[in-house]
Structure formats: C-alpha cells, structure tokens
Design a protein around this ligand. Structure first.
Ligand SMILES: Nc1ncnc2c1ncn2[C@@H]1O[C@H](COP(=O)(O)OP(=O)(O)OP(=O)(O)O)[C@@H](O)[C@H]1O
Ligand SMILES: [Mg+2]
Length: 490
C-alpha cells in the first residue's frame, strides 16, 4: 500500500460522512488553573481601566479589544462567556460561523448589553464601538475600536477581580473546547497531517456492558480532574488503556467515543511510517495538549526491534538500540512527564496473547479493556441506536441466541440497519444468528472453513482490568483469550 492509501485507510476508521459529531456530554471540569493568577496580573496592568463613576456606587471596568497592538485575552473570553448569557429577549444579535467551529455563534451586537448575575451580584455589560481615524503617511485610515463596559456595585470590586474574571476566563476555555472541531492527526514519516474528526460514536451510543462503560467513564472523569495528584506523586499526567478483542467489537469506536467525550484530538500513530527514534521523538513532541495517542493493532504493527536506521550503521549498531513497545512506552513516559498536561495513550490489539509480556505487566497500561462479542447489554444499546426501542417481544429470543452465538456488535448493527422497520430488522437478526449457530456447530465438528483446533473459549463478555490494582488477574486474562478469533466481519 502506498502511503496515501494507507492514510486513507487509517482515516476511514474514524471518519464517517453519515453524521457530524453529536454534541457530546461535556465533561464538567473543575480544573484549578494554575496560570490564571499570573496572567490575570498582566491583564490587570494592561487590559483594564477601572473608572469610578461620579454619580453612583457603580464601578466601571473597561475591557478593550486590544491594548496597544496586543489583543486582550479577557475581552475575547468575555465575548465567549457572554454568548452563553444571551437571552431570547434581546432584539439585536450577531450571528457568525467560522470553518473552525461546529456551531453558529450568536453574540452581542455593537451597542447592545445584558445583565449577568454571578454569585448574587449583578453585572451590567455593554459592548461599545467607536470609529477612530488617524492620519498616517498613507493617508487617513479609520478602524473600529471595541470594548466592553462593565458596571457593578463598588463593594464587589475585589470579588470581580479575584473571582468573576477568573471564572469568565475558565468558562471561555471550556466553551471553546466544545466548539472547536476535533482533529484526527496521522503521521507520514516524522510529520503529522490533520483532518477533521467526524466520528459519531459517543459513550452513549457505544454498545458494551453497562458496568464496564460506567467504569471507563468514571476513570476518564477522575483522570482529567487529577492534575495536582499526578504532580504530587511525580508522575506524568497520563493514562494508558489497552483495548483488546476481536475485529468489529468497537475498539476504534471506543477511541472515537473517548475523544468526543473528553474533546481530545486523536493522534493515530502508524509505527510502520516511523523510521527511528528521532522521527518518533519529533512526532511525540509535535502532539498538542489534551490529546490522545493511539497505536492500533500493536501485535502486527511491526516489530520495533532493529529499526534504528539513523546512522547507516545498522549492522553493527542495531542491537544496542533495540526499541520495543515497552521501550517506546518508557520513552513516552519520560517525554510526557515534563509537559504537565493530560495525555491519554490507547493501544489496541485483536490478540492480547501475542503481545510482549512486558507490555502486560501491572502499571504499564492502567486499564486493560476487553471488547467482547455482543451480549444483552450491547444489544439493547444497538436496538436503541438504530430503532429507538427499549423493548420488543423478540428481545428474549435474541438474548437467548446471543448466549449461544458469537456475534460482534458490528454484525448485529449491520443486521439492524437492513430495515427501518424494527419487526423486520429484528426478525432478520434472529435468522442471521440462527444461521451463524448452524455454521459454528459445523465448525466444531470439523466441517467448517476454520477447523484448525481453534480455542473456542467464549469471548462474549467485555471486562475491565485495572492494570495497577489487579496484576494477577491481568496475567490470567491474557491467557483466557482465544488464540484464534473467528468471524472476520469485513
Ligand atoms: N461496541 C460497539 N458499539 C457500537 N457500534 C459498534 C460496536 N462495535 C462495532 N460497532 C459498529 O461496527 C463498526 C466497526 O467497529 P470498530 O471499527 O469500532 O471495530 P474494531 O473493534 O475497531 O475492529 P478492528 O479490530 O477490525 O479494528 C463501527 O463503525 C460501528 O458501526
Ligand atoms: Mg479498529
């Protein structure tokens, strides 16, 4: 495959034209932002004029769009923040949309104002524009100058500066994160190229065991809140997930769902494109904050050994510079430990038992997540996704069949899509499962296509293992996975 088609292949995993990213549940972040006080101080000295009104108890703060030639971050943040405070009663509004944004943005028009109530205090905002003309060598030029005028009772000045403004900066950041389009980055050699990520998967639409899904969501939520904790224990603020299970069970979908949930960009690292440590280093350094490094199919994504290739002395040097996947993870640890920003790394494999045991050791990956065949919980999610139904007389029969037959969520989803009529689709699914059961029965008798002594241990339920807490189980689970997995779906 040439590298262009490789890139396209890779892109397909996360892209669908079918739907745009569903507005995902935004994670409520109560991140205490460390740099606020500093930045805030500079803002105070540059971007604000505090005026004392002669006629009332009001204070007025002017927040200019630019101070000198430098743009004022607080002005920007105020604009973003105030968008969420606009009420439908306002008569004049502004609407816009940029390519970078998902949504149409409604904002205050020049001259318009609104009142925001924060912790019981009334803040009156007004957006003011003035045309300023100046004479220069090139003749007379005129520019629009904009600022917000903020009025509030003077006894709340401290609170305004120390609580309200930081709150506005923080909220604006969160809002921007939601508005921003997610990107999927893919590497060619030592370069990332990016495209928009349009994968509709969300944690809600993902078909998996309810308890497992809950565990994952809670783990993610805990992780993003733990900046201080990671700093205190002196570890990189990162979380590693190993996803394993047969093709079509939703590993790539889960990755997209996590990205949509956290609003993290995906960096899909193709190790085959990486020719040595220096490439790798450049790629890793090139990742942005709040992002997710994904290495898919690690069992077959080349043996990283003997791939130094930087100094043309491979013959003699190669063994001194072996890079293994565990080596890679150590390397990432070292690199990320200094950045202080949250990062997630996800590895996927169809065959957990083919992995280097060093990779499965406790503490390596924080969670081992088993994506299994479709069970009753998964089926309920799919039925609700595709037909918006929570119950149906045929569910019982389907549950029974799913206990006996190994069908992937991808296969079940495909059957459910075949008709808009739930009765017909579910009937079709039953037929499909019955046929599959017949086929599997034959396979077991040695008649089927794959009769090569396949270990047919069930892989139906998904499960989760916390790599930190249950090291013994982690090893057990590795050996419980069938050595050969059947039913390729594509
Ligand atoms: N758990 C799931 N929940 C919802 N949809 C799923 C799930 N698993 C599979 N699907 C459907 O099947 C398609 C293929 O699934 P996906 O690519 O996520 O599987 P995978 O485990 O990554 O497979 P592979 O090992 O081949 O990469 C998805 O686009 C989705 O429509
Ligand atoms: Mg996949």
């Amino acid at each position: 495959m040439d590298s262009h088609s490789q890139t396209m292949e890779s892109a397909k995993k996360y892209l669908t034209t079918a739907a745009s990213v569903a507005a995902s549940a935004m994670l409520a972040r109560t991140v205490v932002n460390e740099f606020l006080p500093n930045e805030f101080r500079t803002l105070l000295s540059s971007g604000l004029d505090i005026l004392f009104s002669r006629f009332s108890n009001d204070n007025v703060i002017i927040i200019r769009q630019t101070e000198g030639l430098v743009s004022n971050e607080l002005y920007d943040a105020a604009g973003t923040y105030l968008r969420t405070k606009i009420s439908p009663t306002l008569k004049r509004l502004r609407a816009s949309k940029s390519e970078e944004n998902n949504n149409i943005i409604i904002s205050l028009d020049d001259g318009e104002g609104l009142t925001d109530v924060f912790e019981g205090v009334e803040y009156k905002w007004q957006l003011i524009t003035q045309q300023e003309t100046s004479n220069s060598r090139f003749g007379e030029t005129s520019v629009d100058v904009r600022w917000y005028e903020l009025n509030f009772h003077n006894k709340y000045k401290d609170m305004t500066l120390n609580t309200y403004f930081p709150h506005i900066l923080e909220r604006a950041k969160e809002i921007k994160a939601v508005d921003r389009r997610l990107k999927l980055h893919m590497n060619q050699y030592d370069n990332w190229s990016e495209i928009d990520l349009h994968h509709p998967a969300t944690m809600d639409t993902l078909a998996m065991e309810a308890q497992l899904k809950k565990t994952i969501v809670e783990d993610l939520a805990r992780f993003v809140k733990r900046k201080e904790y990671y700093k205190r224990i002196g570890k990189a603020w990162k979380r590693g997930y190993l996803l394993f299970g047969p093709p079509g069970t939703g590993k790539s979908s889960l990755i997209a769902a996590i990205a949509n949930y956290l609003r993290f960009d995906i960096y899909d690292l193709d190790l085959k494109e990486v020719s040595g440590n220096s490439d790798l280093k450049r790629l890793l350094i090139g990742m942005s904050n709040k992002s997710m490094l994904v290495i898919e199919d690690i069992d077959c994504s080349v043996d990283l050994r003997n791939r130094d290739g930087e100094e043309g002395e491979k013959e003699t040097k190669s063994h001194d510079s072996d890079v293994t996947l565990s080596g890679l993870l150590n390397f990432i640890d070292g690199l990320w430990s200094t950045s202080g920003e949250e990062r997630i790394i996800v590895l996927t494999t169809n065959y957990k038992d083919r992995l280097d045991p060093a990779l499965l050791r406790p503490g390596r990956m924080d969670m081992h997540i088993h994506m299994g065949y479709c069970g009753p919980d998964s089926f309920r999610v799919l039925a609700s996704n595709y037909h918006a139904i929570d119950e149906h007389p045929l569910f019982e029969e389907i549950d029974g069949l799913l206990k006996e037959v190994e069908a992937t969520p991808a296969e079940v989803a495909e059957e459910l899509m075949k008709s808009d009529d739930a009765d017909i689709a579910l009937g079709g699914l039953i037929l499909f499962l019955q046929n599959k059961r017949k086929g599997e029965g034959q396979e077991e008798k040695g008649i089927g296509a794959d009769s090569s002594g396949v270990n047919k241990q069930t892989d139906r339920n998904n499960g989760v293992i916390d790599g930190e807490k249950k090291p013994v189980e982690a090893e057990d689970q590795a050996s419980a996975i069938p050595t050969t997995l059947v039913s390729q779906t594509t």
